[in-house]
Each structure stands twice: as structure tokens, then as C-alpha cells.
Design a protein around this ligand. Structure first.
Ligand code: ADP
Ligand code: MG
Length: 252
């Protein structure tokens, strides 16, 4: 399963967009924050996969990204490494309280990762928690088909990076228990699968909601194994002056 990481350099890569930064060949600081580098070392990864080589400097330079790469190519690190690196470097967002007494029960994450299934949400959560080790970033996960109250209690303790399935996140938003006004990074993981599963209205509801900063005020990253028409449309709608990255053979 997955790709053979020894044949790294044989994999065709397509990058397009103005001012695309050069790829990195090693996990080196900069552009990666020192604490994050230590956490990556603990995971025993010794060099970035092709998608990570490109995504780390692209996201590190502040750009939006549409990345297509097959399953098993290391897309999780492709978004978690640059997002966590930036959060570590820049520190917490100013505390928002919206001037109401219930605000302290509300979570104000700086980063949101949307994933199609409970399993993928949990995977992303566990990876994020591993790389956020010893940092200020508190990681939370919310997904459907599971007791909402225990997830709410976790959110109440504070949440800086939230991994969520779209339906459950909308539920939390409607209950006023999560605010997206501090979001600096929005990640759509497995965007094609989310659309296949019928989540497009839910995703649009989250992204177009009154809480989410506009495309210019957040960094948005879309990751997908394929690049069909519907994903191209979503990329056009959600991303701002983005870089397109395609690694290996990508279906449409
Ligand atoms: P994708 O999301 O593209 O399907 P994952 O992020 O789940 O891929 O990664 C696939 C596998 O590759 C995982 O087991 C992960 O631990 C491993 N992996 C990711 N990045 C690296 C790396 N830089 N070096 C070695 N293994 C890696
Ligand atoms: Mg993945």
C-alpha cells in the first residue's frame, strides 16, 4: 500500500501558479519551526515525500494550495507540517470573546481540517496531536455517530486546531459552541471523497458562513486524490491566487 518512497525523484510533478517557491529536499529549519522539526524527528521520517517537498514551502510562503496526489503519498504531513509550523511561529490568535458570558465555553480554533469520515478525522487528529507535542496548539476532533457531549466537553477545554467531519461541525456551529472567526488555516482533506459523499452543501455552509474569514484573510489548502470538474469549481470558489500542485498520476 502507498507509494515507494525510495523512488521519490521518478515521480512526475506539475506545479503551476505565479511565484511558486522552490521545493525543499530535507526537513530543515527554516522553513520548518524548530519544535516541529524535533517532533518530525520523533516520528522517524528522514525526508519529505514529494508532495511535502512542494507543499511545505508553498504554504510557508503564505499561498493557497490545490494539491492532488494519490493515497499514501504523505498528504497529511503535506498540510500539517506547514500549518503547525506557522502556528508555532506566530503564536495564538488574540482571544475572541464576542463580549458574552457564554464565550468562554466556546472554542476559537486557529486551524480547521475537514475530513470525510470519522476514521480519517481520527487519523488526522492523532497525527496532529503527535506533531503538536509540547506546543501551545491544542488539538480536538469532532465527528458524527458518536456522543456529542463528550466532544463538547473537550472543546470547552480549549481548541486551537480542530479536525471535523462537515455535518458534526455544522451541528457544533449551530449550537454556538465553535466559532470560526479566528481561523487562519482551512484545510479540505480528501476533498473529492467529501464531494462523493454529498458533503458539498455542508462544506459550503461552513465556508460561506458568517464566521469564516474571507478567502483573502485565511489560507486555504485543498487536498484531493483526483481533480474532477466539481473540485476545480470548488478550488476556484474557495482559494485565492492559488498554486496548483499535482504529484504522480492523478485521475479526473
Ligand atoms: P495520504 O494522506 O496521501 O494518503 P498519509 O499522509 O496517510 O498519505 O501517509 C501515508 C503513509 O506514509 C503513512 O504511513 C505515513 O506515516 C507515511 N509517511 C508520511 N510522510 C512520510 C515521510 N516524510 N517519510 C516516511 N514516511 C512518511
Ligand atoms: Mg490522507
Amino acid at each position: 500500500s502507498g507509494i515507494n518512497f525510495d523512488n521519490y525523484d521518478d515521480i512526475p510533478v506539475e506545479v503551476s501558479g505565479e511565484g511558486t517557491p522552490d521545493p525543499i529536499n530535507q526537513f530543515t529549519s527554516p522553513p520548518i519551526n524548530e519544535l516541529l522539526l524535533e517532533n518530525i524527528e520523533l516520528s522517524l521520517f528522514n525526508k519529505p515525500t514529494p508532495v511535502q517537498k512542494y507543499s511545505i514551502p508553498i504554504v510557508g510562503s503564505g499561498r493557497d494550495l490545490m494539491a492532488c496526489a494519490q493515497t499514501g503519498s504523505g498528504k497529511t504531513g503535506g498540510f500539517l507540517f506547514p500549518v503547525l509550523s506557522s502556528l508555532f511561529e506566530n503564536g495564538p490568535s488574540p482571544v475572541a470573546n464576542e463580549g458574552n458570558v457564554f464565550a468562554r465555553r466556546k472554542a476559537y480554533p486557529s486551524a480547521l481540517v475537514l475530513a470525510p469520515t470519522r476514521e480519517l478525522a481520527i487519523q488526522n487528529f492523532e497525527e496532529a496531536r503527535k506533531y503538536a507535542y509540547r506546543s501551545w496548539v491544542r488539538v480536538c476532533v469532532v465527528y458524527g455517530g458518536s456522543d456529542i457531549n463528550s466532544q463538547l466537553r473537550n472543546l470547552e477545554r480549549g481548541c486551537d486546531l480542530i479536525v471535523a467531519t462537515p455535518g458534526r461541525l455544522n451541528d457544533m456551529l449551530e449550537r454556538g459552541r465553535v466559532s470560526l472567526k479566528n481561523i487562519r488555516f482551512l484545510v479540505l482533506d480528501e476533498a473529492d471523497r467529501m464531494l462523493d459523499m454529498g458533503f458539498e452543501p455542508q462544506i459550503r455552509h461552513i465556508v460561506d458562513g458568517c464566521d469564516m474569514p474571507c478567502a483573502k484573510d485565511r489560507q486555504t489548502l485543498m487536498f484531493s486524490a483526483t481533480f474532477p470538474k466539481e473540485i476545480q469549481v470548488m478550488a476556484r470558489d474557495f482559494l485565492d491566487n492559488y498554486i496548483f500542485l499535482s504529484v504522480g498520476k492523478v485521475g479526473s
